[in-house]
Structure formats: structure tokens, C-alpha cells
Design a protein around this ligand. Structure first.
Ligand SMILES: [Zn+2]
Ligand SMILES: [Zn+2]
Length: 436
């Protein structure tokens, strides 16, 4: 079997190798060594062999293709002509990487961050050279050249800034190309988890364009392009975006309520995603205060903690497993029958309801049947014609239709018991439970 040193000598006979590129071909051998140290050690080992065997051929190879000064002086080579590394063209040098790191540090000045991750791009030509070398010599202990770049740049950057690498959720991703001497800094999104209350019956959850002009502006919307002046998303997202100096924001909520529904009590969970923030250390209490002040009572938020992209996914897919609690004020044409209200309470205990897509959303959604569970109902007669319902049900249930029956499209319904649909309905969301 060929020794590691013999393989290294073979490599050197094919062309010039810097310490990094020679060492990298044996990266999986010996832990805790950098490829640079590995490459240099191999060259020294070969130097000792050559000196012992008075192998001037090998000494010359080490001097020229290995760029080893010690070998040059042993054969009294006055001027050492070092060709550039046949793999990286000598661009994988400490000097070059230090320069890149300085460029990165310049760009990072604009950002507050604690952790970073380095990514590297490597030209296809460099990759191809290395691949053909590996298949020709059957090198099975080599590693990707990207690792050398990311490790070295990461090490230098950590030393230079005092910040830590994080491979899971870095604040900043640094992309470098040591071959074209370019770099780019990307500030990763910040996620803030919280709950909101909505105190207005004229406020949509997300921006709503004018139905007539679709946002272009027309007489009917007073040339604002809007159906509603603002939204929960904007009232929460905009002040936060400004404070964190982010470029954009996305408002992710656990489900949505009708424009005319209030959200009270425990509120609705949401996650605010801030894209490319420059600042990260603003106390959530301060952000909360700013949002609540500027929302002037339309919306109230409570920020709980920072969150992750994974939690956003859970929030979005949670609708099937969430439960909700609503308060509904219903006004009827005629006096209500207390006995029937009691029967509603009794009947709607873990009761499965079949709902065809409500008439009011049919234009936007496919007509299909949903089966959702009503866990419990509290029905109270406020006055002769007015009832207050507290309803705890599975997420995704159309609660207005549970009361009105939607012309028989929802069944069983309260209307079936009362022989009447209410003439007006006011909905308030009290709690949204996600099992995320
Ligand atoms: Zn090299
Ligand atoms: Zn318009």
C-alpha cells in the first residue's frame, strides 16, 4: 500500500500545490489539524525523506512545486521559481483571505449581530481541476474546497469581530468568493411571536385594496386605492420594521377573523417576520409600547419572545388542530324562547357540524363540505330578542353560519332550534389555541 507521503509526492509531480490544497487531499486523516498544517507537514516529511536518501529530484520537486524554501536551500537553488498552485492559483492564501475578511467587516458595520455563518462559492473550473485529480489518484480522504474557505474565513472573522459562528440560525450569512474577491452580507430575518387584540369592527387583518380599482385609486376609494385605511398587519408591522431598520415585514397570523369581528381576551397568536433588519437588540417591551401607542386603540399587541422560521410553518399549518373561542351577540326579530336556548347548550356538546362553503365566501372559495366540531356553547338571553353565545369550537368552523344556518348549508345550526336566523350579529374572538 502506498504511504500518504508517497501519494503526496505523486501529487507534487503533477503540478504545484499550496499547503491548503495539498493538505485538503488528506483532510479526513488526523483530527484537529488545519489543511494548511497538514499540507506543510507532508512537505516537511518528504523533505526529510529526500535529505536522508540524497534524492535531489524530490528536493527540486519540493522546492518548485511545493514552494518549500528549505528544499530550495538544500539544493542551493538561488532563485526559487514558484509556479502558482495548480488548484487554487494561490488565491487560497492567508493574505487573500484576510483581505476578504476586511471587506466583510466593512459591510458588517451596518448590522447589529451576534452570530454568523460563512458560505463560499467556488468557480466550476477550480472544482473540475480538483475532481479530475481525485479520480486520477483515487483520493478518498479529501474534502470539498468550500470547507477550506468557509473554515478559514470563519476563523478569521470570529477573531476579528469577536462574534460566534452559528450553523443553525445565524443572524448574518456571509457569502464569499475568494477567487473573484467578492463578498456579500445577508441579514437573516428576525421573528417575533406575540398575540394581538383588535378593538375595531372596521379593521381587516391584512391590507385590503379597493374592490373597484384594485389599488390604483378611484373616486369610490377617495383615490387611496384602499377599501380600509389600515390593517392589523400594518399597525403592528410598520412601527416594528422602522425600529429594527428592516427592509420589509411579513405578518403571519394563526387564522383570520372577519373585518367586523373583534379580537379580545387572550387574543390571536401571530409571528412578525422582519426581513433584513439592521438592528436586533431592541427590547420587545419597547417595540410593544411603540406599536400600542401608534395604533391608537385599534389594535393592542403583546410580544412574547423571538421565534424561528419553523414556528411560522407550525402556525400556518396549525388551523386543523387549533380551537377557538368566540363571543356572539345576536339580535332576533321576535322574542326568544329560553327553553330552546337551553336545548342549544345541551345539544352542542362535542357535536360535529357539517358546513358547505358559506354563501358569503363562495365567490372566492370552492364549494365543499367541512366537518367541524363544536365543543361547547353557552347561550344567554340578554333581553327578549337578544342572545349572547359563547362558543368553543374547532379551528376552521364558520361560526356565523353555525348561528344563522346559512339557508340550510350549515347543519345542525342554532337557527334550526330557534326557527329563526338573527337580523344582526356581532362577533368577537376571545381565544385562539394553537397546538404548536
Ligand atoms: Zn492551492
Ligand atoms: Zn378605488
Amino acid at each position: 500500500m502506498e504511504s500518504v507521503a508517497q501519494t503526496a509526492a505523486k501529487l507534487l509531480s503533477r503540478g504545484a500545490f499550496c499547503d491548503y490544497c495539498l493538505g485538503r487531499q488528506f483532510a479526513r486523516l488526523g483530527h484537529g489539524l488545519s489543511n494548511k498544517a497538514r499540507g506543510r507537514s507532508l512537505k516537511i516529511t518528504l523533505l526529510l525523506e529526500a535529505a536522508k536518501n540524497r534524492d535531489t529530484e524530490l528536493l527540486r520537486l519540493l522546492a518548485e512545486n511545493g514552494g518549500l524554501e528549505e528544499a530550495a536551500s538544500l539544493i542551493e537553488l538561488k532563485t526559487l521559481e514558484k509556479p502558482a498552485c495548480s488548484v487554487c492559483g494561490d488565491l487560497l492564501s492567508e493574505k487573500n483571505m484576510n483581505e476578504i475578511v476586511e471587506m466583510v467587516v466593512q459591510q458588517l458595520q451596518d448590522y447589529e449581530f451576534e452570530t454568523f455563518l460563512v458560505g463560499a462559492s467556488v468557480p466550476a473550473a477550480v472544482r473540475d481541476r480538483e475532481d479530475s485529480l481525485r479520480s486520477a489518484l483515487g483520493l478518498s480522504d479529501a474534502e470539498d474546497i468550500k470547507n477550506d474557505v468557509t473554515r478559514e474565513v470563519g476563523r478569521l472573522l470570529a477573531a476579528r469581530t469577536g462574534k460566534k459562528p452559528d450553523f443553525q440560525h445565524p443572524d448574518i450569512t456571509v457569502l464569499v468568493n475568494v477567487f473573484s474577491k467578492t463578498c456579500r452580507v445577508v441579514s437573516n430575518p428576525l421573528f417575533i411571536k406575540g398575540r394581538y387584540l383588535k378593538h375595531s369592527r372596521q379593521l381587516p387583518q391584512s391590507p385590503w385594496s379597493c374592490r373597484k380599482c384594485w389599488g390604483r385609486g378611484c373616486p369610490s376609494c377617495g383615490f387611496t386605492g384602499r377599501e380600509y385605511q389600515t390593517s392589523v398587519a400594518e399597525l403592528v408591522g410598520e412601527p416594528a420594521r422602522r425600529l429594527f431598520k428592516a427592509e420589509r415585514y411579513k405578518f403571519h397570523a394563526a387564522g383570520r377573523e372577519d373585518v367586523d369581528a373583534l379580537v379580545e381576551h387572550e387574543g390571536r397568536p401571530f409571528i412578525l417576520e422582519l426581513n433584513r433588519p439592521r438592528l436586533r437588540h431592541i427590547p420587545l417591551k419597547a417595540v410593544e409600547e411603540t406599536v400600542n401607542n401608534e395604533a391608537q386603540g385599534l389594535v393592542e399587541v403583546r410580544f412574547e419572545s423571538l421565534a424561528s422560521r419553523r414556528e411560522v410553518r407550525l402556525l400556518k399549518t396549525a388551523s386543523a388542530t387549533t380551537s377557538k373561542t368566540y363571543m356572539l351577540k345576536a339580535l332576533y326579530e321576535n322574542d326568544l324562547n329560553a327553553e330552546q336556548l337551553r336545548k342549544i347548550e345541551e345539544f352542542f356538546k362535542n357535536r360535529v357540524v357539517e358546513q358547505r362553503t358559506p354563501t358569503r365566501v363562495l365567490a372566492r372559495r370552492a364549494d365543499r363540505v367541512r366537518k367541524k366540531t363544536v365543543y361547547w356553547v353557552e347561550a344567554r338571553q340578554v333581553s327578549g330578542r337578544e342572545a349572547l353565545f359563547k362558543i368553543h369550537c374547532q379551528g376552521g368552523l364558520y361560526v356565523k353560519e353555525l348561528v344563522t344556518g346559512d339557508g340550510g348549508r350549515t347543519s345542525p345550526s342554532f337557527a334550526e332550534f330557534l326557527q329563526a336566523a338573527p337580523s344582526s350579529l356581532e362577533l368577537t374572538v376571545l381565544a385562539v389555541e394553537t397546538h404548536a
